[in-house]
Design a protein around this ligand. Sequence first.
Ligand code: GLN
Length: 543
Amino acid sequence: MTRYIFITGGVVSSLGKGLLSASLGALLQARGYSVRLRKLDPYLNVDPGTMSPYQHGEVYVTDDGAETDLDLGHYERFTGVASRQSDNITSGRIYQQIISKERRGDYLGGTVQVIPHVTDAIKEFALADQDNIDFMLCEIGGTAGDIEAAPFMEAIRQLSIDLGRGRSIFVHLTLVPYLAAAGELKTKPTQHSVRDLRSIGIQPDILVCRSEHPIPDSERRKMSLYCNVSETAVIPALDAPSIYSVPVNYHKEGLDVEVLKAFGLAHSQVPDLHRWEDIMDRVENPEGEVTIAVVGKYTGLRDAYKSLNEALIHGGIANKVKVNIEWIESELFEQEDAITKLENVNAILVPGGFGKRGTEGKIAAVKFARERGVPYFGICLGMQMATIEAARNLAGHTEASSTEFEEHDNPVVGLITEWVSADGSIETRTEETELGGTMRLGAYTAHLKEGSKTAEIYGNTVISERHRHRYEVNVGYVEKLEKAGVLFSGMSPDGALPEIIELPDHPWFIGVQFHPELKSKPLDPHPLFASFVKAAVAQSRLV
Ligand code: GLN
């Protein structure tokens, strides 16, 4: 029997609902329960695939090729459970389904309405693919009281009735602000937010209260009284030094015990959190530090590279060092002399990206890393840039470029319109294919060259990694580039698509067409990130 935990937010956004959900998932796992996490997003985009990283942070890609909300990344990092297409739904997708059904005449002339049609579709999504797990955690995007979120709130209210007593609970995350002038914490916004929920028939079982100051018992009692929640179920959530301390902190505040109590489940056992405690120790007591430059395009907004940021931290955890990330706008390196800024870093990473702006700056950063022997990690666009740099400066192909940036008769990086997928079928795409539908998305297998650095790092010659890109390195250049010293150490199983390049004569120079950061976890750092940070540590000892 799968039990449901609905997680809502109140007062303001950005309180860390995703982190709360992910941490609660990890705590339940530490007690031996199986979990799955889901995100219900009220916005009208069908998925976040076409949204600007500035608007919505990174797009998190799943194995099955769904472009999803970045909160799914938190879920996976904290629980290790791989997210699927069926774990993220938006109002846009729900309306799209309903409207196409309506056009087909599936509603037999009936009036199509928010209740029951939209709410039924939301319920169906929440109930799908339960796989007999113990707990399904459903996070509702947005904030209680949002117009857009109303159908979702109504749907989870109905679900709690449909599921029956003891099968679901509501956890509500709010803000308890501190008024410096009054020297007091204020509970009124929380009271209002819970009143909003209760007016639509949702009574939270647990209140999680974000606060910058410890919450005195008197204020806890007040919230308990006014919000109709037992006092022990008012859980304080103070700011944490690292997101990886959050599960242990929530446990100390009694969150997991309250959840089990609300379901009437036994809770006397202590969860096994030693792995999380070990991570906290590694993050809080590093034995050294390294500085890594990330030369990208959306460096102004940290969420745009969320998984990358986390994967570098995981690499630090693996090596017991603190990783300082210097985010640098690649356009900077299009100015003369600016490249000297890279002289003080221990490693350079060029992440994924789209469009021409700043690409010459990225190529300049690659050249610097290659010539100076500084560890270089190129991810997706970062691999494409490394290949173009090598084509220009090692193979003498001075015009080397990508058709993403300009028309080219013989591009080093170009649009591949046809390839054989893992099951042997032919996949095709054209330049005209709808935006959002033209990418190689999700998990693909790559075969690694025995004896290569990459095979050594993975400890394997067959790997599967997640992709999200339109263009590919042109296989027609492999021979020429290999002669110039570039090793194509990973290829698609049919040999048509280069997946990994490396420079055997360099301390650490690897470019990958996929996004390894999406699969890195604090409890299980990705081997490429662990190895890259290790190379940065070695470099730091040289200077
Ligand atoms: N813009 C490149 C492409 O579409 C790289 C994409 C990426 O880095 N994710 O192929």
